[in-house]
Design a protein around this ligand. Structure first.
Ligand code: GRF
Length: 212
């Protein structure tokens, strides 16, 4: 018998395509001994994603399955991704800037066990260029959303949201930076709430934000 109790933290994978700042926030959260998830793999569809080096520097397994050799066969790429996730014993997948449209193969295989973070207050502004579109629309509040992934892009049950004010004269970059800071709080909080709701409920904050 092992001298150590079995590790009951949920084995998760983080899927990225780029710099991986949300991945970094999840790495930092998982470093706390009482956080209920452990990262067993970071996986990118881009072998040159800077986030892969960040993950390796943190001592994590970091892999790439380049989508390009699969051409238009998205499902074939997803089958390779799915096989690697299962081989690694992954139970839950966090998309963090994973810039691939998913087919029903992957969304059904991981239904209820795949999260995404999106830089808008969904259902407003699904898709790309959310900060530019928020400014063009003249909204006073913008933000980010963590949701379960379904086959509809940037849809699915909302697990958490964080709002930020839009300031007069904001540029898309300034607004993006304000939102990103909140993304880094929201994603670990939403994951914690999903895995251990009794703990996270004590962290619910009543917030009133009036922007005129
Ligand atoms: C974030 O804004 C996230 O909401 C969106 O893609 C961006 C990824 O940024 N899905 P990073 O790679 O986590 O820094």
């Amino acid at each position: 018998m092992s001298a150590f109790p079995p590790d009951d933290r949920c084995p998760i994978a983080i899927l990225i395509s780029g710099r991986g700042s949300n991945m970094r926030a999840l790495i930092d959260a998982c470093a706390a001994p009482d956080f209920p998830a452990r990262i067993v793999m970071v996986l990118s569809n881009r072998p040159d994603a800077p986030g892969l080096d960040v993950a390796r520097a943190a001592g994590l397994r970091a892999e790439a399955i380049d989508h390009r050799p699969f051409g238009k066969d998205r499902a074939a790429h997803e089958r390779a991704v799915d096989a690697l996730l299962r081989e690694a014993g992954v139970q839950l997948v966090c998309l963090a800037g994973y810039m691939r449209l998913l087919t029903p193969f992957l969304t059904e295989a991981w239904a209820g066990r795949m999260l995404n973070i999106h830089p808008s207050l969904l259902p407003a502004f699904p898709g790309l260029h959310t900060h530019e579109r928020a400014l063009q629309a003249g909204v006073k509040l913008h933000g980010c959303t963590v949701h379960l992934v379904t086959e509809v892009m940037d849809d699915g049950p909302i697990l958490g949201q964080a709002a930020v004010p839009v300031h007069p004269g904001d540029t898309p970059d300034a607004l993006a930076a304000r939102v990103l800071k909140q993304e880094h709080h929201l994603y670990p909080a939403a994951l914690l709430n999903l895995l251990r709701p009794e703990t996270a409920s004590s962290g619910h904050r009543e917030a009133a934000l009036l922007v005129v």
